[in-house]
Design a binder for this molecule. Structure first.
Ligand SMILES: [Zn+2]
Ligand SMILES: [Zn+2]
Length: 328
């Protein structure tokens, strides 16, 4: 089968003909989303935090068709793959928050993933039977679930600032819209901000070069700020822009450092939370929103053989929404 393989950090993916997997449940890959996380992995940015042994087939946002199943999943079933495989026993696994399991293995990082014609999954408790267009379904497996979990608890009338305009942020915007929140989106890519406006942002702010988030925002105060970037630049102002009892949620993993004066935190009763992915139940919930036609991932389709072209587009900031890879 054709597979795109990461052989060494800092290089393009290598397109090779490799043996099809034979263990576990086998899926014929219908579509796999290309995530910003894949770029971080390829760059080697995370090689100290996440143990990734090379060579590896990346791709952790997979929708596939069962070709070798078990008693729960039959041949021909279309499934979305929740990408974190847990130990199945710890308190996190029991509540199906497999992403926080100490022994977690991620399909497409620690285990070969979806940038191939077939993929093997080790357990069926990460599979969700789905219906719909595979190219739109694939982004739900990471961007969608993360967008969903990062917006939980936010409701009608809340004033929300979204920092960033990537695929997760644009999905979160759609979900927040359904909840009746007031949404401001801040970013520095005109085309992506235009898209945010088109799909329902109440306000978009284009950060000028040399400017800061605080100076662009001026007077507004937010009940929630959701940072889909997570850099020093985005983190430096956020806490100052929150209302009393406001909450900063950090989702993006650009490696910034958050410094907060203790008195600001205490006197205003502020909260900070990190959001990593979501629970299996969040995947069910976000799929339900998609299935009811309430959200639509924005997608750009590429063939597997052209994957390096899509990676280049994502790196250059040209991709609005998700690049989704379809084999071969
Ligand atoms: Zn990802
Ligand atoms: Zn566990």
């Amino acid at each position: 089968m054709l597979a795109a393989i990461l052989r060494s950090f800092g290089e393009e993916l290598s397109l090779e003909d490799v043996r099809e997997p034979s263990n576990g449940i086998i899926l014929k890959v219908l579509a796999t989303g290309l995530c910003h996380g894949d770029l971080h992995v390829m760059n080697g940015d995370w090689k100290y935090e996440i143990k990734i042994e090379l060579p590896k087939i990346l791709g952790h946002e997979i929708v596939g068709e069962v070709v070798k199943g078990n008693h729960n999943f039959k041949e021909g079933d279309k499934v979305l793959v929740y990408n974190s495989v847990g130990c199945g026993k710890c308190k996190y696994c029991v509540s199906r928050k497999y992403q926080y399991c100490e022994k977690v293995k991620i399909v497409g990082l620690n285990i070969d993933g979806g940038f191939a014609e077939y993929v093997s999954v080790p357990t069926d408790n990460i599979l969700l039977r789905v219906d719909g267009n595979p190219v739109e379904l694939a982004p739900l497996a990471d961007a969608g679930i993360t967008a969903y979990s990062s917006t939980k608890g936010i409701g009608e009338g809340d004033n929300v600032l979204i920092i960033g305009t990537g695929a997760v942020a644009l999905l979160a915007l759609q979900i927040l819209k359904l909840k009746g929140a007031r949404i401001t989106v801040i970013g520095h890519n005109k085309n992506k901000l235009g898209k945010a406006k088109e799909i329902g942002a109440d306000e978009v702010i284009d950060i000028q070069d040399g400017s800061t988030i605080a100076s662009e925002i001026k007077e507004s105060k937010f009940d929630y700020i959701i940072d889909y970037v997570g850099s020093d630049y985005t983190l430096s102002d956020s806490m100052w822009l929150l209302n009393r009892e406001g909450e900063l949620r950090i989702v993006g993993e650009f490696g910034g450092t958050l410094t907060v004066p203790e008195q600001l935190l205490v006197l205003k009763g502020l909260k900070v939370r990190g959001i990593l992915y979501g629970s299996f139940d969040d995947l069910i919930s976000v799929y339900k929103l998609y299935n009811e036609g309430k959200i639509r991932p924005i997608v750009n389709t590429y063939r597997l053989r052209d994957i390096n072209k899509s990676i280049k587009g994502l790196r250059e900031g040209k991709m609005i929404g998700r690049a989704v890879i379809v084999p071969p």
